[in-house]
Design a binder for this molecule. Sequence first.
Ligand SMILES: Cc1cc2nc3c(=O)[nH]c(=O)nc-3n(C[C@H](O)[C@H](O)[C@H](O)COP(=O)(O)O)c2cc1C
Length: 362
Amino acid sequence: MSVKFIGYIGFNNGSETQSAVRSRALDKDYVEAAAKAQEKGGFDRVLIPFGSNSPESQIVAAHAAAITSTLGFLVAHRPGFTQPTVAARQLATLDQLSGGRVAVHIITGGADAEMARDGDTRSVKAERYARTDEYLTILRQEWTAAQPFDHQGKFYDVKQAFSAVKPDNLPVFFGGSSPEAIDVAGRHADVYALWGETLESVQDSVRQVRRSAARYGRNPGFSLSLRPVIADTEEAAWKRAAEIEEQVRENRTAAGLPLTDHRPANAGSLRLLETASANRQDKRLWTGVAALTGAAGNSTGLVGTPEQVADAMLDYVDIGIDHFLIRGFDPLADSILYGRELLPIVRRKVAERTQADLALAG
Ligand SMILES: Cc1cc2nc3c(=O)[nH]c(=O)nc-3n(C[C@H](O)[C@H](O)[C@H](O)COP(=O)(O)O)c2cc1C
């Protein structure tokens, strides 16, 4: 049993508690501090997100890789804008120059408006997943083919493609909860990533993706995104969560943004909004920010002392989660806190479990 921790470098130290509208401004000092702090804090990787108004995730990863030595990178990448053969060589180059520290997170894009900002004005989501499927087939071929290859498909047509630069072992992470996403994830994902739903609905997604992957003889890992709120006492932790919720409500109200009746375009957010039908779910899953913001991303958290949150994480490990993607509402300070207080406890509990399992197995 192993658990990996994925942190986050969101281009600046902003979050929903600082401003209602997410800033994608690039803060070089923050990027460097966040990379070094999460490497020092024992994170295995950091996610570098991507949006149609954001800095380029690969370039941010290249900069962070140059100032770190062991930290891995999970580079969010959206198919459909770069030719897959070119993207494959870009990622392989970054992987080689970073000493094999790169993984890619494939995001197909839930909202048409988001896609249109980069010029994809015609596609619809189901079609985008079909394109992602073909894109990932070519990406892997470019990474692995020993000889030039041809590909003729619905979206791409390449002749005698060949890459002189190959990645060591570049894992493909995959996000998306639409029915089409589950099939493509089954065929291509090394790790399927989802947001922080209840134990029951996460178990449902794990089962669906495992069933889909089994059709292709594959056995993916699973990553769960959370916003842990930890403090010395449970009471103090829930008080902190309530303060965060109040700050987010104030920011959105001041910005004239809705607090309810959200209609997100992507299925993942709709599932998370369902989870947010109650402010608390399971033992300590808190959904307050997801309910206020329309669950546009990683927006639910486990609340309690580090020991309590670690136990709640182990409940997810029991249903197949082997990666946790975590970030706070005070990104840099919280990543340092998680490295000091949370990661060591979870790793200790996982090691104890493994020992106990081995002892049982005799
Ligand atoms: C862990 C995780 C990280 C994600 N990161 C991004 C991101 O950086 N940029 C983005 O546009 N979408 C991101 N997404 C959103 C999904 O990729 C998006 O919901 C999907 O493309 C459409 O999803 P749907 O099938 O659920 O409708 C992320 C999803 C997950 C689970």
